[in-house]
Design a protein around this ligand. Structure first.
Ligand code: HEC
Ligand code: HEC
Ligand code: HEC
Ligand code: HEC
Ligand code: HEC
Length: 249
């Protein structure tokens, strides 16, 4: 296995931990079936939150950039949740009497952060990093579904291993760029799509599918050609992207 990410010893130790899980029991059909049931993966089921925050209001209708609230998404592994101060930058002036915002005002007064329920999660033994995906132009909606349409946030995809692998094995099916703005950096492509959508500009079929959070990836020959060019341009080592060590260090 090519050792492209971390020193070998570390890899082997942690990977064997992971492989230790691959006992006949875990691999047994019954367990696999349970782990794939919607109850466990919670796809498309909105979680209760301390405040009924709506992405449709804030991202779609008001057009607030994702990065205003998820400030670390381009720079680090985690996207993170906004602190109460971010909400109060507006809600100290607008909707100041809304009973729905009472927990926010209280949190601001007491300095106790709001505890958002986490919708998306991968297990501890899986390594995930937001910034590398954004740097390659992978759109938030590819993984999170139609966030702009969500009143209450739900999980758009299962995040099971096979789901990650269908892209890691053939990323050219998923990568794209705005044909009118090929000069734009991949990370700007991600956010430009939302801006265009919000402004009511004409979207390509692929872009519209991203916004709608439909099962994505395209086998259109033109799309695949562009996808391969982008992979070459970004220097992605496609042959190694599905190696166990990429996600299990
Ligand atoms: C850029 C300004 C802005 C920021 C930042 C902002 N909001 Fe809002 N929010 C609004 C506006 C404007 C509305 C009214 C939207 C409407 O009803 O059309 C609103 C409405 C709401 C409502 C509905 C209130 C009601 O009574 O119907 C909730 C709940 C809410 N926001 C929560 C939050 C939370 C939580 C945060 C921080 C994570 C936040 N908002 C950050 C501008 C903002
Ligand atoms: C005004 C602030 C604000 C903006 C703008 C915003 N978000 Fe959020 N986001 C939140 C808050 C607050 C939560 C936690 C509550 C919830 O899950 O709805 C959240 C949760 C999420 C989650 C679920 C996190 C988890 O696993 O629990 C995703 C995914 C997400 N946002 C994506 C986006 C995307 C994509 C955009 C841009 C299109 C965006 N957000 C714009 C405030 C914001
Ligand atoms: C390649 C898939 C992928 C893309 C692209 C992606 N995310 Fe995520 N996101 C995930 C996964 C997986 C998790 C769960 C991570 C964990 O459990 O550590 C997550 C978690 C989150 C969370 C919860 C807090 C956190 O940091 O764990 C937020 C908020 C979020 N994503 C927002 C975004 C936004 C905004 C974008 C686009 C700018 C985005 N994501 C792009 C896969 C993705
Ligand atoms: C739509 C495509 C797509 C999806 C879905 C996707 N990835 Fe990736 N992933 C990529 C691309 C492209 C890269 C960048 C490879 C490079 O530039 O070397 C990458 C890189 C990574 C890396 C390497 C990060 C680093 O620091 O080197 C990890 C780890 C990773 N992905 C984990 C995941 C996990 C876990 C999931 C599922 C929850 C996932 N990915 C889903 C496309 C995807
Ligand atoms: C692109 C990222 C990625 C790659 C590459 C990857 N995995 Fe995984 N793996 C995951 C994710 C995500 C999960 C968690 C699945 C879940 O929560 O259901 C997982 C879970 C597992 C599990 C736990 C049992 C299970 O099925 O949930 C084992 C064992 C495992 N992986 C082994 C491997 C082996 C062996 C390889 C190499 C052939 C590999 N993985 C490659 C992302 C990856």
């Amino acid at each position: 296995m090519p050792q492209i990410f971390k020193p070998a010893a570390n890899h082997v130790a942690r990977l064997s931990l992971v492989l230790g899980l691959a006992s006949p029991l875990i691999l047994g059909y019954a367990v696999a079936a349970i782990s794939r049931s919607p109850v466990n993966t919670k796809v498309q089921v909105a979680l209760n939150q301390p405040v009924p925050f709506s992405h449709q209001h804030h991202a779609r209708e008001l057009g607030i950039d994702c990065r205003y609230c998820h400030t670390s998404v381009e720079k680090s592994a985690e996207a993170g949740f906004p602190p109460t101060e971010t909400c109060m930058s507006c809600h100290s002036q607008i909707w100041t009497n809304s009973p729905l915002l009472e927990p926010i005002r209280k949190s601001y007064e007491t300095g106790t952060p709001i505890k958002w329920n986490k919708v998306n999660k991968v297990p501890e033994f899986v390594y995930f990093n937001h910034s590398i995906h954004i740097a390659r132009g992978v759109n938030c909606n590819t993984c999170h579904g139609p966030v702009q349409h969500m009143q209450m946030t739900y999980k758009g995809n299962s995040f099971q291993m096979q789901w990650c692998l269908q892209c890691h094995r053939a990323p050219e099916r998923f990568l794209y760029q705005d044909s009118k703005h090929p000069e734009m950096s991949p990370r700007n492509q991600v956010f430009n799509l939302y801006w265009k959508y919000q402004a009511g500009e004409q979207l390509s079929n692929f872009e519209q599918k991203l916004i709608d959070g439909e099962p994505m990836g395209s086998d259109d020959p033109e799309h695949l050609k562009t996808g391969r060019e982008l992979l070459a341009k970004y220097g992605v080592k496609v042959q190694q992207l599905a190696d166990c060590s990429v996600c299990h260090h």
